[in-house]
Design a protein. Structure first.
Length: 318
């Protein structure tokens, strides 16, 4: 399949003056550390834990894990996690407005028709999804990719709607921050277009390291394609459509592969790799950092449960 990107290069924003550059640099670091750069740190720790535990081919990463054995409480946790994970997106929109950069212009919302955006999204899904699936199986054969389980939710009436909402959340979070916001801000900071493209692709690869080396490489390539699309068209809506469609289909179908989902939900199976000899840890790489102690009636009287943003950590003594 041949996919030709439309249109000329979209005019980039002008670099900001030196006094404002430091403020914008600080802003970018704060946004990323509250969102996907934080996920990248957790993903790196997860990869180290896996590599020091044994072969990657013998391990798995579970997305969209169940958080309670009580259905109504599990649903509540899922919806809260999805909602709070989108707070960094709201922060980005607010910061763009404050700086005089219209979000519609930065993200290219309304620049194309709905039918056109959907069509390009499906075309990009074919361009990215098919090679990504092949890369996954090659990585599994080479032992550099863990088994990806896109859904660990039990069979409830709300399972499919939650998986679709989760896919939309991941796609909006990624494309708004990694493509639209980050590439716009780095251009304002005076980076050349190739450096901007490389930085966006590298960030996308880094927060997928928990899946293994293979998916990180695949997502780096995806980041280059998506970043180049944005530089050519100034639009992220087709990218959101591609990620949402790809992720939702894989999660709902229950396949053992998702080459492009943000590590919002991953299960660590050996606590000794992370917190010594205390017990099992289930971590969903956070989008916000706020440590809160919670009671854990589902885990028994001898358990402790903490929430770090959308990160749940369960500690059970042996």
């Amino acid at each position: 399949m041949t996919l030709t990107f439309p249109g000329p290069l979209v005019p980039a924003p002008d670099p900001v003056a030196a006094p404002q550059r430091r403020l914008l640099t600080t802003e970018v670091w704060i946004v990323l550390l509250l969102s996907l750069l934080q996920s990248a740190v957790y993903a790196t720790v997860s990869l180290v834990a896996k590599l020091t535990r044994g072969p990657l081919a013998d391990q798995s990463a579970t997305l969209n894990s169940s958080r309670s054995d009580r259905p109504w409480l599990d649903l509540t946790y899922q919806l809260l996690g999805i909602g709070f994970a989108l707070v960094p997106v709201a922060l980005v929109l607010y910061l763009l407005v404050r700086s005089g950069d219209a979000p519609r212009r930065v993200l290219g919302v309304g620049r194309g028709s709905a039918a056109g955006d959907a069509g390009w999204g499906l075309g990009l899904a074919a361009l990215i999804g098919i090679p990504g699936l092949g890369l996954y199986f090659v990585g599994r054969a080479l032992g550099i990719t863990a088994t990806i389980v896109p859904s660990g939710l039990d069979e409830h009436w709300w399972r499919v709607p939650v998986l679709i909402l989760s896919a939309l959340m991941n796609s909006v979070l990624e494309e708004v921050i990694v493509v639209g916001y980050l590439m716009w801000r780095l251009t304002q900071l005076g980076w050349n277009r190739w450096s901007v493209l490389a930085a966006s692709a590298a960030l996308r690869a880094s927060y997928h390291l928990y899946q293994g080396i293979g998916p990180a490489i695949g997502n780096a390539v995806m980041g280059i394609v998506f970043g180049y699309w944005y530089q050519r068209t100034g639009r992220i809506v087709p990218l959101v459509v591609e990620r949402a469609e790809d992720t939702a289909v894989e999660a709902v179908a229950g396949r053992e592969v998702d080459p492009g989902q943000v590590p919002i939900a991953e299960e660590f199976t050996d606590v000794r790799d992370l917190v010594g000899d205390l017990g099992d840890v289930h971590s969903e790489a956070p989008q916000l950092f706020d440590l809160v102690a919670l009671p854990a009636p589902d885990l028994g009287p001898a358990s402790l449960q903490f929430l770090v943003g959308p990160v749940q950590v369960d500690i059970e003594p042996f």
